[in-house]
Ligand binder design. Structure first.
Ligand code: ATR
Length: 275
């Protein structure tokens, strides 16, 4: 079974280590390779999936949007989110999926909040990552989703676009401190707090409510300033590591049809961080 990941750059991707460990753990004879694909070569590279009989690929930065043009069919979620990160080759017919959002939600449910139904959620940011997460989140029937963004018009536009999928509203970053007081879960999808600006926090620490769940998509560092402050407030914290593992798990399951060996995948990624 031939698999791979297309991106530019791609050399530092942890996906090959993760998926090769998964293939080995399931006794599947196959290989998952990093594929350095430039923007101008994307179309030919996608055609190459069929030509070289790959079972599928992951697609990463900067190709997740552009690649939508080159698949034969788009999964409904990928179409609504507007990005593809996984392609399955069904006997020459390429189907594009987005496993980032559902991967994140599966990680959140397994590690921090098992049931999202009826919950009130504040999402900070509304870029590409947030779209995947919010779409998957709405599928869990939360009571309320508040999307706060620096460019407030994008938050309003998203709330309008997906208003038919659930109770969703947009707000400005200035309103975050007040809105946070009434939620069960805060999710940061922005790069605020990412290495090297690790002291930055997307919400004033004093306004993080005690005892709620706080999640940050960032995994460098694994414990951002937001999560450190939340921990000090007795919150349950959740980082971006699981999102990476579970987006891979869903992709693996689409390609192979069998449950992903989560522990082997986590172990391989942890090992590749230290090696
Ligand atoms: P990604 O695919 O990682 O989500 P993106 O699509 O560029 O990346 O989106 C980044 C998100 O983080 C956006 O919501 C962005 O806000 P804007 O829409 O106003 O650009 C938000 N963001 C990035 N840097 C930020 C900062 N310094 N402060 C607040 N929000 C920030």
């Amino acid at each position: 079974m031939l698999l791979g990941v297309m991106g530019n750059p791609i050399a530092h991707s942890k996906s090959p280590a993760m998926h090769n460990a998964a293939l080995a753990a399931c006794n599947i004879h196959g290989h998952y390779v990093p594929l350095h694909v430039t923007e101008s070569a994307l179309k030919e590279a996608i055609a190459g999936i069929v030509a070289m009989n790959f079972r599928g690929v992951n697609v990463t930065v900067p190709h997740k949007i552009e690649v939508m043009k080159y698949v034969d069919e788009l999964d409904e979620a990928a179409r609504q989110i507007g990005a593809v990160n996984t392609i399955v080759n069904q006997d020459g017919h390429l189907v594009g999926y987005n496993t980032d959002g559902i991967g994140y939600i599966r990680s959140l449910k397994e590690e921090a909040m098992s049931d999202l139904k009826g919950k009130s959620v504040l999402v900070i940011g509304c870029g590409g990552a947030a779209r995947g997460i919010i779409y998957a989140l709405l599928g869990e029937l939360p009571g309320q989703v508040i999307v706060a963004n620096r460019t407030v018009d994008s938050a309003y536009a998203l709330a309008k676009e997906w208003g038919h999928l659930g109770n969703i509203e947009g707000c400005s970053l200035a309103e975050v401190n007040v809105k946070a007081q009434h939620v069960d879960l805060i999710i940061n999808t922005t790069s605020v707090g990412m290495h090297p600006h690790i002291q930055n926090c997307p919400i004033e620490p004093a306004h993080i409510p005690s005892g709620i769940v706080v999640s940050d998509l960032i995994y460098n560092p694994l414990e951002t300033a937001l999560l450190q402050h939340a921990k000090a407030k007795g919150c349950c914290i959740h980082n971006g590591f699981g999102m990476f593992i579970y987006q891979g798990a869903y992709a693996f399951e689409y390609w192979t049809g069998i449950p992903a060996p989560i522990e082997a995948m986590k172990q391989a990624v942890n090992q590749s961080f230290t090696s």
